[in-house]
Design a protein around this ligand. Structure first.
Ligand code: GCU
Length: 423
């Protein structure tokens, strides 16, 4: 075990307030209180041999680590399934002030007597053949991403919604999350924006009777097995299914898909990017515990917090590490390393101690040795950079000033980073 120095001489103290957005516990943390620990070795295989080439990384160590994350953390997808039909619900060439093509497609999935549907909203820059795209889930419905009145609400027009659906899907929230998505900025930069409501794949509640899980159950099964997928792995699976669709969609360049996610969906993006190498770039925005942040630091949200507040997110096997992070055979730097040699970007926010910004940075630093096997630059500095001073090597990192959120500043970085790294 290589010793990893995490104690920093200055003392920063943070007060984490409970927020309406989530069940954040009230806690105080300082760097000085971070326990000392050794990170599991990235470049020593289970049989003790040193990994020092990209070939041995790919043939030996990477599969070992992927297997550990699959069985111990996010959970295994129990089978294969792709969409059996893609129905175009809407197509317009005059969207976003005549700057974009808007296309809305329903992807249908069926198994046995069960089915789900993902509604994919796409804005593609006009005049760009095979557009590179940012792909990411949204939290509040496609209609919250932009004020465009033609965005369907769960695949329907307002007139088609039942009174129950009207109450649940809140048509008046149209455009409410505009600032998080910056569709106009993205399209002006020559990229498409593609998004899906994450609840289409698996509603975010501790209930495995609905969503995609139920399609895969054996007879009389009602919950995933301890090593099988929780909700994060289900959402990651959904991103791969959109990628299957891109492979059939001539408007999108499937070799230039930038996977993006914020918070729990940033965790999702990292796992999807690690388990499916078709994504060209992966971006984690404020993903925190179970995402980019090192679990062993126990800073902000701990493994026991996340497994208690969100018991359905990870495989049940992950719960054995509650208050027992040192027993984890992996830590989150290894998740980032699984994405190598593809560009990966981790973004933190200065007023987001719950997500442990420094732990997110240290993860990118510790993943660097794998990028170096490919002759790529990861993170060269030892200390977390100052606010608003981004690093855009093959591993990107920034600490944005402000709260847990996605802002125009973040998108400016993601666009510049993608301009730099897409072929
Ligand atoms: C909670 C949770 C975090 C998560 C966040 C979010 O705060 O504790 O792990 O990232 O919700 O997804 O908004």
């Amino acid at each position: 075990m290589r010793s990893f120095i995490i104690s920093i001489p200055f003392v920063l103290s943070f007060i984490i307030n409970s927020s309406a957005q989530s069940k954040r516990s009230t806690t105080i943390k300082t760097e000085a209180l971070v326990p000392k620990f050794n990170l599991p070795e990235l470049l020593i295989s289970e049989n003790g041999s040193q990994i020092n080439t990209k070939e041995t990384w790919e043939q030996i160590r990477r599969p070992e680590i992927l297997e550990l994350f699959t069985n111990q953390v996010y959970g295994k997808v129990p089978g294969k399934l792709t969409f059996h039909k893609a129905v175009v619900l809407d197509y317009s060439e005059v969207a976003l002030g005549n700057k974009a093509i808007r296309k809305q497609v329903a992807l249908h999935f069926e198994k046995g007597s069960k089915s789900i549907e993902m509604i994919v909203l796409m804005y593609l820059p006009k005049g760009v053949k095979n557009a590179p795209v940012f792909l990411g889930y949204n939290f509040s419905g496609n209609h919250a991403v932009h004020a465009d009145p033609a965005i369907l609400i769960s695949g329907k027009t307002v007139a088609q919604l039942s009174p129950n659906e009207l109450a649940r899907l809140k048509p008046d929230s149209r455009g409410k999350r505009n600032s998080r998505w910056q569709a106009d900025k993205i399209v002006a930069a020559g990229y498409g924006l593609v998004t899906v409501d994450y609840g289409d794949v698996d509603p975010d509640k501790n209930d495995f009777s609905d969503g995609i899980h139920a399609l895969f159950y054996e007879e009389n099964q009602t919950n995933p097995e301890p090593h099988q997928w929780g909700s994060l792995a289900a959402w990651a699976w959904g991103m791969s299914r959109v990628m299957d669709y891109f492979e059939t969609e001539t408007l999108v360049d499937e070799n230039s898909v930038i996977l993006f996610g914020h918070s729990r969906l940033g965790k999702t993006a990292l796992w999807a990017g690690a388990s499916d190498s078709r994504f060209s770039i992966v971006i984690s925005n404020n993903s925190g515990c179970g995402g980019a942040a090192l679990s062993r630091r126990r800073f902000g949200e701990k493994v026991s917090d996340i497994n208690t507040n969100f018991p359905h997110w990870f495989a049940k096997n992950f719960h054995q590490y509650n208050e027992n992070e040192l027993a984890l055979p992996i830590d989150q730097h290894m998740l980032i390393a699984l994405i190598a040699p593809r560009p990966v970007y981790v973004a933190s926010a200065s007023l987001d101690p719950w997500a442990d910004p420094n732990g997110e940075f240290l993860s990118t630093k510790a993943a660097t040795s794998v990028y170096e096997l490919y002759g790529k630059k990861g993170i060269e500095v030892d200390r977390q950079p100052a606010v608003n001073t981004p690093i855009h090597n093959t591993i990107g990192y920034h600490l944005r000033e402000g709260k847990h959120n996605v802002t125009a500043y973040d998108w400016d970085q993601y666009i510049q980073f993608s301009n730099l790294h897409l072929n």
